[in-house]
Design a protein around this ligand. Sequence first.
Ligand SMILES: *[C@@H]1O[C@H](CO)[C@@H](O)[C@H](O)[C@H]1NC(C)=O
Ligand SMILES: *[C@@H]1O[C@H](CO)[C@@H](O)[C@H](O)[C@H]1NC(C)=O
Ligand SMILES: *[C@@H]1O[C@H](CO)[C@@H](O)[C@H](O)[C@H]1NC(C)=O
Length: 284
Amino acid sequence: MVDSIWTPILNMRTDYTPISQDDGMVEKQPATPAKTSAIVRWSTLIILLCTAVDVLLVFTLLFHGKADIFFSAPADPASPSALEMPSTYISFDLLYDGTVQRNHTMPPIVNLPRTINQVSSLQPSTVFPQWPESWLTVYGIVPINNRRLWVSSDISTIVQFRVLDYGMENCSLALTIPAAGHGEAHLAVSELHEDKAHLDVWALSASTKLDLQTLSWQTRPSRAAHIGRLSASYNQTHQLPSFSCRSGSYQTFELSCAGSGCGIDVTALSQNDVGLYMLQYQTK
Ligand SMILES: *[C@@H]1O[C@H](CO)[C@@H](O)[C@H](O)[C@H]1NC(C)=O
Ligand SMILES: *[C@@H]1O[C@H](CO)[C@@H](O)[C@H](O)[C@H]1NC(C)=O
Ligand SMILES: *[C@@H]1O[C@H](CO)[C@@H](O)[C@H](O)[C@H]1NC(C)=O
């Protein structure tokens, strides 16, 4: 048994011949060097071909004025706020595709702004300071007690919401002012002249989160559409016509003075639906 295992090795051993010290040995076996030189020849050819293609590409880039890619720093990676926010409502679209009648009605939900800040046409480059604190709530991270709606002849308020929940994609802006002398715990009124509190509401073309470090009159997003006119009156809620709003999307608005000389400066101080907020109605 042992013998049979070792036999081939032993047989190989019998084939062993010492390496000849004679240089003439190379000439005696011409097949191997020929094969090697063919490989070398083909490899060289391929390397030369690749080099030629590379050189050609580099020159193409240079001729098309793209030389700066060799000399400039790489472009900024996409800003995190520009990245798409994945939906957490996985497969809800299949569940609510309309084939099965779902028999439920949800009351409208109140959505508080994530961002609410001012810009001034008289100080076009001024970045207004951000509110002191935000809170983590069911609405997201929200400045609950610093939601200041301040509009004058030169000051506009920029407000941004993020659409909450699933299938609540019918949105409407609302402005609630409690009765005079009531609701001070929820809304602080610094200035409010009812006869001059008419606000133009504009949808802004901003689909990503606003950058409050740079938000000024000059840098604010451009106006995409006039949504309507909101008035502020004591003991009343004014609401704008509804519009369609995709779940998870950002909705950005500018509130400016309608007509000359208006004055409203109110600050919402609680999670209640006071001041400026957005209502979302059921669509699925
Ligand atoms: C929906 O619910 C209401 C009351 O809850 C009931 O009267 C009605 O029959 C239901 N409709 C369907 C299609 O299930
Ligand atoms: C949005 O909701 C409002 C209030 O319920 C309703 O009047 C309006 O018809 C709805 N719009 C759409 C497109 O569903
Ligand atoms: C607020 O308005 C309601 C009805 O719209 C009225 O009943 C109530 O008395 C008003 N409150 C004040 C303080 O004016």
